[in-house]
Design a protein around this ligand. Structure first.
Ligand code: SF4
Length: 353
């Protein structure tokens, strides 16, 4: 029997328009779902109810965790601090190798979602003395209205906001969603349209467009992560092409992370990424001129250290997600005074309750 949903307590979505035959066009991401009455879009948490689009993930996180910021990964955004992290059900991509599929592939009613208003999320960060909030685990693009409301309050209260995202978002909607965002880690999942279409059901060109927009038209600090999957996106040619594109379009100072894949979801037939593949990728990046390149999800002390690009002084040493040596003077190398790009001086002073 069709269950009638009460829309009184739901949040109407911000990016949609009516189209033919009682359908709605969702204009939040480049998938542009046309959604019939009573149906959800591809991401499950945006639904056409009585001719309006609702964001049914609004205020419904699947749980909270306090993580090291290095886990996002962000290595140049207040290193050594903690970040309150949460996501919701659903996702607007369909990655066969999803490393977090129990949430991203779940419909809202399959998870024990909590209820938390934007004010409550910000208060939670303050209560635990955490300077930033991460919208993460699934892709926060799909709960953009919730992101805007939390990050707006967070900005007022001295709490920073971080998107951990695939960057697959509409050109107009992204201006709204990122208005109060301080930092982002964008997954650049591969460097061919073949990879994006076959294994993520999305497109490379839209993600590259978001990266260029972040660089040229926002003040958002961002880093890039590429999960290297054996035999799919780890060839020397593909990694070289990615590095060349980054250098040409974003410059040499955007940190790049190469991380190890583990078999998951619909990709159980692949092996874990060998450490040697990550080290080779890092070598290609640095040899091409990228100043800050890291390896992740493996034990590789050198690949997790921030070196001064001028005098090669080890400035920040990490062991997995822990910072074990912090040798920056403000935002510069203490020896040669070269400035390190990023955000290093935490000037906020929230009044905690
Ligand atoms: S945000 Fe969701 S409903 Fe909207 S176009 Fe993207 S996948 Fe479809």
């Amino acid at each position: 029997m069709h269950k009638e949903i009460d829309t009184a307590n739901l949040k109407e979505a911000q990016w949609w328009e009516p189209v033919e035959k009682n359908k709605i066009l969702c204009t939040l991401c480049p998938r542009y779902c046309k959604i019939g009455e009573g149906q959800p879009g591809f991401c499950y948490i945006r639904q056409n109810l009585k001719g309006k689009l609702y964001t049914i993930g609004y205020g419904r996180p699947t749980g909270f965790a306090i993580d090291p910021i290095e886990k996002k990964p962000l290595n140049h955004f207040f290193p050594g601090t903690s970040i309150l992290s949460f996501g919701t059900a659903g996702c607007n991509l369909g990655c066969k190798f999803c490393q977090n599929w129990s949430m991203s592939k779940a419909k809202l009613d399959e998870l024990h979602s909590l209820s938390a208003s934007p004010e409550e999320v910000v208060q939670l960060a303050k209560r635990y003395h955490v300077p930033s909030i991460a919208y993460t685990y699934n892709d926060p693009t799909i709960f953009g209205e919730y992101v805007i409301d939390i990050s707006r309050i967070g900005r007022r209260e001295g709490i920073k906001s971080v998107m951990v995202t695939a960057g697959y978002i509409d050109k107009k909607a992204r201006k709204d969603v990122y208005k109060y965002i301080d930092a982002a880690n964008v997954d650049l999942k591969g460097f061919t349209e073949r990879f994006y279409q076959k294994l993520t059901f999305s497109s490379l060109k839209d993600v590259l467009d978001t990266l260029v927009w972040l660089k040229n038209e926002t003040d958002v600090w961002f880093e890039i992560t590429t999960l290297l999957i054996p035999g799919e996106n780890d060839s020397v040619e593909e990694i070289q092409a990615e590095c060349d594109w980054i250098l040409k379009n974003l410059g040499d100072s955007v940190p790049l992370h190469f991380t190890a894949f583990h078999p998951d979801f619909r990709m159980l037939d692949k092996d874990r990424t060998p450490v040697s593949t990550l080290k080779t990728a890092r070598k290609i990046a640095i040899g091409s001129g990228i100043k800050f390149c890291y390896t992740g999800n493996v034990h590789d002390p050198e690949g997790q250290t921030t070196f001064c690009p001028a005098c090669h002084n080890a400035l920040l040493k990490r062991d997995w997600h822990d910072v074990i040596k912090y040798n920056l003077k403000d935002d510069a190398c203490p020896d040669c005074k070269t400035k390190i790009p990023g955000r290093f001086n935490l000037t906020y002073s929230p009044s905690y309750n």
